[in-house]
Design a protein around this ligand. Structure first.
Ligand code: C2E
Ligand code: MG
Ligand code: MG
Length: 697
């Protein structure tokens, strides 16, 4: 039955109103509603009358699981009005329109709420005007945005976003947001746990992520995505998420530029003082770990001021740029060339030798090379320009000094170089300076020794357990006209460092092969094997195999009589290169012996795969036999392991019968040492051969 609280003419008036009016009792049942409202709800008054509002409106109307008050729908704030006795206003989207719902509670004389008046206005037009205003603002900003609903569909977006993904705005709306995320570096979030949008829906907390992607024009760009909850329902559940996408490529670029300005010299693009200090600190740390020396070189141009004054600052700048290029070309990759300002440069050298004497030579070499390179004339703005530099040097090993002290020393040394007449290299430490000068003088002499052929080869016999000579080791001898005999242990590291080892080694191989050829014609010597020491630099040459092949061919020596001695460190430095070359040389019939075995802490099993025939126990173990029981054990182990792995074992540095007896008992195959003979000339070696068997003294 239809109930009307109002006379009909009043009802007619109400039905004319352009907004909804309803009247509800304290149980929220409709007592009255005008036409606007019945049409909005979609039920004629006959069906609506007496119904509770939550049974016909809002999202819970079909939800049977909700009970009583819990079932109050979100269409209006009627429950709130009842509880507080106050008027409530709510704006919400319903049946395709934006509505403003005003709920006015009515009270009796005791203040109890008995009825509710509800007014429902359609504010869609106002909303649309406001939204249009917002979207025109949003379209004019550079950041892109999308609003995503709970189905992960995009319900709103702006121009900047559409442009960034290269789709027309209209095509983005209603798309699944993952469909257009293909341009991201990690497009496949789908509803994965790490999807920021999903996380915002789940937690309500904002999420910011950084991505790289390619924009519509194929340019790689960096974007910051900030997603946060835009709308929540009355239960606090996130209904829509807005994602704001900011292109931070320019900012990144800017930051890179700031980094460049902060750490690099703008003129030469070299590291500046700040970066140098940083690298130096790292070098200190690395040096503490490896015990390797490092060095700093302070470099100052001689008379740079005059050049600037006479030819102008532009030419001065050109010179500094060219200088920076030459300096960088003179050092290794891990080293740092930095410009401190003006014409002052500092070079940091890392990973020098662990031995001070060799590190001095190495640093001295680089400094000298730089001095010579900078001394070559510069072509600046159509003119030739000659300039020289003074270089100060100071060594460090780990944290053995402070940065300030190190710089002070190198700086002092640089002024000493200037005081000695410029165009010079000086070490801060007088002892180091002396060592550098000594090694420079030795190097000069060494060059002369090569051109004047001051070298000879000596031969130290290798014998079997019966005292029979089975071969020899070729050992280099240098007899300098004034210095007298110079030990290979003195001049070989310098030769290695300066590269002079290459011509020297070439000569040694030629001489050794010529000797082998001579022996091949002597019946007592034709079966001998000759061992030749190979240096690291020599072995690492790309054409080393070819070099050996040529020398053998020219000499006519039998490759199977030649044995190359390689050290453990040489083999391990570049194992792949070692294996290739050993295999190629091995295929020619050449044998290999591992020299100084036992000093490198490597395990024998590492060498199983190498075409190696012999292990040479280092003489330090043999010498310490009587002193250190541990060395005796090492020897026994090497021999036993060698036998298992099929290696022939020879001991070097055998000086006493006792050592010999121990080695023999342990199963050693061959011997070399002063007990049998010193290294001797080829002629004297011939005499030893005639005797046949070397009797132990
Ligand atoms: P190495 O290859 O381990 O040679 C053994 C060294 O021990 C030689 O010293 C030899 O004279 C010495 N020696 C031999 N028997 C005894 C002994 O009973 N007691 C003692 N105390 N020493 C003994 P040398 O000739 O001074 O050579 C030193 C190092 O120089 C060699 O060690 C080798 O590494 C290198 N060397 C020598 N000649 C050449 C060469 O032609 N080329 C290359 N790359 N290195 C060479
Ligand atoms: Mg040797
Ligand atoms: Mg040795």
């Amino acid at each position: 039955m239809t109930k009307h609280r109002l006379p009909l003419q009043h009802q007619n008036i109400l039905d004319q109103l352009p907004f909804g009016v309803s009247y509800l009792d304290h149980t929220y049942a409709f007592l009255e509603a005008n036409l606007f409202l019945t049409e909005l709800i979609g039920l004629p008054w006959e069906l609506l009358s007496g119904k509770k509002c939550y049974e016909v409106m809002g999202e819970y109307k079909d939800d049977q699981s909700r009970q009583g008050l819990d079932k109050i729908c979100s269409f209006c704030r009627i429950e709130e009005a009842r509880r507080t006795g106050e008027k409530q206003v709510l704006e919400r989207f319903f049946a395709g329109r934006w509505l403003r719902v005003t709920t006015v509670p009515e009270k009796d004389d005791c203040g109890q709420v008995t009825h509710f008046l509800e007014i429902v206005e359609d504010i869609s037009l106002q909303k649309k005007a406001a939204e249009d205003l917002v979207s025109s603002v949003l379209d004019s900003i550079d950041d892109g945005f999308i609003i995503i609903n709970r189905d992960f569909k995009i319900i709103s977006s702006n121009r900047a976003y559409a442009e960034s993904v290269g789709s027309p705005l209209g095509e983005i709306i209603n798309q699944h947001c993952y469909k257009i995320s293909h341009h991201l570096d990690r497009p496949c979030y789908l509803d994965g746990e790490d999807c920021p949008v999903k996380q915002v829906f789940d937690t309500g907390e904002p999420r910011t992520t950084i991505h790289t992607h390619y924009d519509a024009a194929g340019q790689r760009i960096y974007v910051k995505n900030k997603a946060f909850a835009l709308q929540k329902n009355e239960l606090g559940e996130v209904q829509t998420v807005i994602e704001i996408v900011t292109d931070i490529t320019a900012k990144n670029h800017y930051e890179a530029e700031i980094h460049l300005l902060a750490f690099y010299d703008p003129l030469t693009s070299l590291p500046n003082r700040r970066l140098l200090l940083d690298r130096l600190e790292q070098a200190f740390i690395a040096g503490t770990r490896t015990s390797q020396y490092g060095a700093v070189l302070f470099l100052d141009l001689d008379n740079f001021k005059t050049l600037n004054d006479t030819r102008g600052h532009d030419v001065g700048d050109l010179l500094l740029v060219e200088m920076a290029r030459r300096l960088q070309a003179a050092v290794r990759e891990g080293d740092t060339v930095s410009r401190q300002g003006g014409d002052e440069f500092v070079v940091l050298l890392k990973n020098l030798s662990k031995t001070e004497r060799i590190a001095i030579t190495q640093a001295g070499h680089v400094a000298e090379k730089i001095r010579v390179d900078l001394g070559q004339s510069f072509h600046l703005a159509g003119h030739e320009q000659q300039i020289t530099a003074s270089i100060g040097l100071s060594l460090f090993c780990g944290h053995d000094t402070t940065v300030e002290e190190l710089f002070k020393r190198a700086d002092t040394a640089m002024y000493q170089a200037k005081n000695t007449g410029r165009n010079a290299v000086r070490f801060f430490d007088p002892a180091m300076q002396a060592a550098l000068e000594a090694s420079s003088a030795l190097e000069t002499d060494l060059r002369q020794a090569i051109s004047e052929q001051q070298f000879t080869l000596h031969y130290q016999p290798q014998i079997d357990s019966k005292g029979k000579i089975i071969g020899a080791e070729a050992l280099l001898r240098w007899n300098h006209p004034e210095r007298g005999p110079v030990s290979p242990t003195t001049f070989l590291p310098l030769a290695e460092e300066s590269g002079l080892i290459l011509p020297i080694s070439h000569w040694v191989l030629e001489e050794a092969c010529a000797q082998l050829k001579i022996w091949s014609d002597i019946p007592t010597a034709s079966g001998l094997r000759l061992a030749v020491n190979i240096s690291t630099r020599q072995f690492r040459q790309a054409d080393f195999v070819k070099e050996v092949q040529q020398i053998l061919a020219v000499s006519g020596a039998d490759p199977t009589r030649l044995k190359l001695e390689l050290t453990e460190s040489l083999i391990l430095a570049d194992i792949a290169d070692t294996i290739t070359k050993m295999q190629e040389l091995g295929a020619m019939g050449i044998g290999f012996s591992m020299d100084d075995f036992g000093t490198g802490y490597s395990s024998l099993s590492q060498f199983k795969s190498l075409p190696l025939e012999q292990l040479k126990i280092d003489l330090s173990f043999v010498h310490n036999l009587d002193l250190n029981p541990h060395d005796a054990e090492v020897i026994e182990t090497i021999i036993a392991m060698g036998r298992i792995l099929g290696f022939h074992v020879i001991a070097e540095g055998v000086e006493t019968k006792k050592q010999m007896a121990f080695l023999a008992r342990s199963g050693c195959n061959a011997y070399q040492g002063y007990l049998f003979s010193q290294p001797v000339t080829a002629t004297d070696f011939g005499h030893l051969l005639k005797a046949g068997v070397i009797t132990k003294k």
